[in-house]
Design a protein around this ligand. Structure first.
Ligand code: TUI
Length: 308
């Protein structure tokens, strides 16, 4: 399945791994790249020197390209952006904002720049600003989400821009990949499925929570203050949503979640921690190596797309 995305990124299969906070570190990213996809280190809210060291550790594990995702709400976004240019990271994706002011620096460094967008307007703006591709991410995704679904967003973005489009949100197997291609995408990005990979350092409790999840197990917190986050229901979401309904101010709600994603991912506190995952969690049934996942999904997608 060669597309403009496999060509652009010099990868074997058109699958990118989402740059998930705490989860997408060098072991996972290197494993996805070794399996022929594009592994991505999630800079999230981490300091720039942590990101540099993760890039170097990934390079020790694989000679294949590994990308980095910059979370633009991070207090370290500016310094992370500079480190990525210094390290000549081959592929940079961005999330939760407009990366316009870094575009020139990254292009000068020779990086391919792929902003994650949740609207047609931002996709167009990114194309005008020199983006090499966009990830169109629907609200089925885990973590910070936009308003449109993948089914509606992807074809509208495909029609609006000439650069290749990568679909994200709600894709967890070969059927999802084939469906995304039918909408005009030339690649997919997946997060939730890779959280449960053998190479993922995520705590066993978190992986088990995803594997046991049912279709309707996610909830979205933070809608009232404009930072909607999709995560699996637990004690934390119950308290948060209740307080949100009561009109508790944003700053107080924020206090509830300080360190909560780290506590879930690294310590395994899946009751009081934040268990970010997409709506496709209900489809994810077992832990496998990245190689096994990618081989299985590509076979399934190819069989479905034969003759199309
Ligand atoms: O970024 C994500 N997913 C994330 S980031 C994250 S960490 C976080 N924690 C607490 C609060 C906020 C973030 C967890 N999950 N996905 C990519 C994505 N980007 N989804 C939606 C967007 C997006 C939204 C608005 C991109 C651009 C945008 O533009 C706004 C603007 O400035 O025009």
């Amino acid at each position: 399945m060669r597309t403009r995305i496999t060509e652009l990124l010099q990868i074997e299969v058109p699958i990118l791994q989402g740059g998930m906070a705490w989860v997408a570190e060098h072991h996972l990213a290197a494993a996805v790249s070794e399996a022929g996809g594009l592994g991505i280190i999630g800079a999230a809210n981490a300091p720039a020197e942590w990101v540099r060291s993760e890039i170097q550790k990934a390079r020790d594990l694989t000679d294949r390209p590994v990308g980095v995702n910059v979370m633009l709400l991070s207090p370290y976004a500016e310094e992370v952006a500079k480190v990525l240019a210094e390290e000549k990271v081959p592929v940079i994706t961005t999330g939760a904002g407009n990366p316009g002011k870094y575009m020139e620096m990254w292009k000068q460094a020779g990086s391919k720049v792929i902003p994650v967008v949740a609207s047609v307007a931002l996709a167009r703006m990114m194309e005008r600003g020199g983006a090499d591709a966009v990830v169109a991410e629907g609200a089925e995704s885990g973590g910070h989400i936009g308003a449109s679904t993948t089914m509606t967003l992807v074809p509208q973005v495909v029609d609006a821009v000439k650069i290749p489009v990568i679909a994200a949100g709600g894709i967890g197997d070969g059927r999802g990949i084939a469906a995304a291609f039918m909408l005009g995408a030339e690649g997919v990005q997946m997060g939730t499925r890779f959280v449960v990979a053998k190479e993922s350092i995520c705590h066993a409790n978190y992986k088990e929570r995803i594997i046991k999840a049912k279709d309707i197990d996610s909830a979205v917190t933070g809608r009232t203050h404009g930072h909607p986050i999709r995560q699996l229901r637990n004690q934390m979401t119950k308290e948060y949503l209740q307080k949100e309904q009561e009109g508790v101010p944003f700053e107080e709600l924020e206090q509830l979640t300080v360190g909560s994603l780290r506590n879930a991912v690294l310590e395994g506190d899946v009751q009081h921690g934040t268990v970010m995952a997409g709506q496709i969690a209900g489809l994810v049934k077992k832990e496998q190596s990245c190689q096994e996942m990618i081989e299985e999904m590509m076979q399934e997608a190819a069989a479905l797309m034969q003759g199309v």
